[in-house]
Design a protein around this ligand. Structure first.
Ligand code: VG1
Ligand code: CO
Length: 557
């Protein structure tokens, strides 16, 4: 075999965002574009690519096979020793994280655009994970970006297409390719974390029913193994469990808008436990008949019930964390239990250092991401099984179903109302103006202490604190600035505005609002009603509607 050096021209738009590089498929299909980015990743591996072992897989979306074949050729050209690839590339993000860790691999390349639609005109994504199984920290993603801007050539070995449907290890030119069953080891691992016997007994109770929706993403085969093979549930307890390159034409995002098939089925059949996961398997939604669990509540409740989960009962809960826009429900659990807790910027890469240092066990994001230090990614099926484990334990205490657990939590801690408004594909200049509007406001000397009013209800809020969130990592002391503008009011409510780092077209503005209540007469209230005055104030202060021309958000979660 012979290593070929291919001259190329650098692209200037390959900066990884919140979770890797995400672009439309035609962008990745440009000549050299994908090769350049893979070369930039390989060149940025700490210690270099030579003699490394990399785990490769993804959600199986459109264009995955083409990209894996390129990864094989470039890896061979860069002296990578071995690639561990999932059969048919179907490898959930948390399962890749686990595989990297259990094999002590050098890292992994993940091919996914998560919850974004797939197909010839839709999204593709590439991201690099480190030897701890977690997303590359900013120092590495910035190194990848720096390489990509200056690249003049890449190295490959011309190799025949590798058949990824056949399990087993083979030598392909200079590189070893091992195609693995990516489902079995992950499910076996989950079984060591949870009380599967208790869960099995719980889900077979006559008044308990389960419905999981894989949204045609990567989790289908995993869910089949867990719900059908391990828990012995009927075939009718899973849907959307055939992975599809375009997610069956859908939007594989587990929220009330995009998982409507699940929501509808749960309500129609009065299913007690419904759940869904996103395209690459790291997000989750928990939804039982008449009971939706917000992701911010979900992580707080998992933390509160941690002792019922064998993994935490054995190892203890070392610390808790949430991303900045996530509601403060988790903080109250941390305080009550006397556990250290952290607020980090948006994106799972910020949890890794704390976990590696043994200071963080359970964490979550408002964006339907929940997880623990069992891996270094958020983990949809983990969260879903955690909830089943908690429901089984709660049931023994006479607390019935999702609703019972929520009510019990609110009565102990109060209720945090939370909502996120997304304005997608907004003109970038307009989006920047919204941020600038807030920056200017924060800079004015009389804003803190002022009392903006929501005219429709004449509710006013006194501004207590404002800022553009910055984070200093407690472990490596790296600083991440510009992570979102927040306004906290004197009653503890707040709103946050930030620009998405995962979009592939235009800008997405995210507005997060939160209000805390200890008034039990409010606990049953509709979230949107309860938050209305706050949203009005946030829109007024940011001039969002004027600047963007958007009267309504694209999605409300
Ligand atoms: C979004 C979410 C963030 C999440 C990220 C990746 O990022 O807000 O919480 O970590 O997606 O999730 P942004 O920058 O668009 O707000 V996933 O499931 O794409 O890996
Ligand atoms: Co995802």
């Amino acid at each position: 075999y012979q290593v070929k050096t291919v001259p190329t021209k650098a692209f200037q738009d390959q900066r990884p965002g919140t979770s890797g590089l995400r672009k439309r498929v035609p962008v990745f299909q440009q000549e050299h574009y994908t090769e350049n980015f893979i070369q930039s990743i390989l060149s940025s591996i700490p210690g270099g690519p030579k003699d490394t072992t990399l785990v490769v897989g993804g959600d199986g979306r459109y264009y995955s096979n083409e990209v894996v074949q390129k990864i094989i050729q470039l890896s061979a050209g860069n002296g990578v020793k071995k690639l561990v690839i999932a059969r048919d590339i179907i490898f959930s993000t948390p399962a890749i994280s686990h595989e990297i860790r259990s094999r002590k691999a050098t890292g992994g390349i993940l091919l996914t655009a998560s919850h974004n639609p797939g197909g010839p005109k839709a999204d593709f994504g590439i991201k690099y994970n480190m030897d701890n199984g977690g997303p590359a920290p900013e120092a590495v993603t910035e190194a990848i970006f720096a390489h990509s801007k200056e690249l003049t050539e890449y190295k490959l070995v011309d190799l025949p297409e590798v058949d990824l449907s056949q399990l087993g290890e083979r030598q392909v030119g200079p590189i070893s390719i091992e195609v693995i069953d990516a489902v079995k080891p992950y499910v076996a691992f989950l079984k060591t974390l949870f009380d599967f016997d208790a869960i099995k007994a719980y889900v077979h109770q006559p008044d308990v029913s389960v419905l999981f929706d894989g949204l045609s993403g990567v989790t289908g085969p995993y869910a089949r193994d867990i719900f059908i093979n391990e828990l012995g549930l009927d075939e009718s307890s899973i849907q959307g469990c055939e992975p599809s390159p375009d997610f069956n034409g859908g939007h594989p995002d587990p929220n009330l808008t995009y998982a409507h098939d699940l929501v509808k089925a749960v309500e129609e059949k009065q299913i007690t436990f419904g759940a869904a996961s996103d395209g690459d398997g790291d997000r989750n939604m928990i939804y039982g008949a008449g009971a939706f669990v917000t992701p911010s509540d979900s992580v707080a409740i998992i933390a509160d019930w941690a002792e019922s989960i064998p993994y935490f009962a054995k190892g203890g809960v070392k610390g808790l964390a949430r991303s900045m826009p996530t509601s403060t429900a988790l903080d109250r659990v941390a305080k009550a239990k006397g556990i250290e807790h952290f607020e980090v910027p948006t994106g799972w890469k910020f949890f890794g250092n704390l976990m590696d240092a043994g200071r963080l066990s359970i964490c979550g994001e408002e964006s339907f991401g929940t997880g623990s230090d069992h891996v270094r990614e958020k983990d949809g099926l983990w969260a879903i099984v955690a909830w089943l484990n908690i429901l089984a334990a709660a049931d023994k205490k006479g607390i019935k179903g999702i609703k019972g657990v929520l009510q019990d939590h609110y009565s102990k801690y109060g209720r945090t109302f939370f909502s996120r408004y997304d304005y997608e594909e907004v003109d970038s200049d307009a989006a920047n103006k919204v941020i600038k509007e807030l920056s200017d406001l924060f800079a004015s000397s009389d804003f803190v202490g002022s009392s903006p009013t929501a005219t429709s209800s004449s509710t006013s809020f006194k501004v207590a604190e404002v800022g553009n969130f910055a984070y200093t990592d407690p472990i490596d002391h790296s600083v991440s600035k510009n992570q979102g503008h927040y306004v906290t009011f004197s009653d503890g409510s707040r709103f946050v505005v930030r620009l998405s780092g995962t979009g592939s077209q235009g800008a997405t503005i995210r507005l997060y609002v939160e209000k805390y209540s200890q008034d039990s007469s409010e606990y049953g209230r509709d979230t949107q009603e309860g938050l209305k005055p706050l949203i009005e104030v946030a829109l007024k202060l940011s001039k969002l509607v004027e600047q963007t021309g958007r009267k309504e958000p694209t999605v409300i979660t």
